[in-house]
Design a protein around this ligand. Sequence first.
Ligand code: NI
Length: 205
Amino acid sequence: MPHKIYPKRQARIYESMATIREFSLTEAMALLARTPATLDALLRGLPDIWVRNNEGRTQEGSHTWSPFDVVGHLIVGERTDWMPRARIILQYGEARPFDPFDRLAQVKESQGKSPDQLLDEFARLRRDNLAALHALDLHPEDLARRGTHPELGAVTLSQLLATWAVHDLTHLHQVSRVMAHQYRDAVGPWSAYLGVLKCAGHSDP
Ligand code: NI
């Protein structure tokens, strides 16, 4: 029997698990270190349909992202987002806002590259960034330091680093959804039981 959780009951489950987890650099780094291998195991050598296909066009007419695009986007994040922003916080605090992030930079940067090349590049950049993060030897007072996000305003270094980890999970979630979408018709009536085919909860295209 499929297990149905009605929205009301689901809300109650969340209420009863209301332990708020504090940020831990060690825990976040353990997750961040694993994402390249997770994507590598999932995507390397897979037929193009799983790696190159997206979910079609959005209502605005632009293409949604394929897993290939997502890996390209994660690469841009390694280069221009997480560690550069951490360094801005440590160096300038709130005085110098972060540079805005280009969410479409991967379209140009990934052009002509193979999925395997992107997976290698992501793994290398992530390894270097985690080594650099480790070398910063951050203490609790550093993690509490604040910076300025161009849209969100004041944010702390620990929020930035927690977001780095959860951003990985957002895109793993997205990759799973985009891949499932390829077989949305092939599953026939079972689509009724497959939550991933109905998922609209994500923050990136
Ligand atoms: Ni993203």
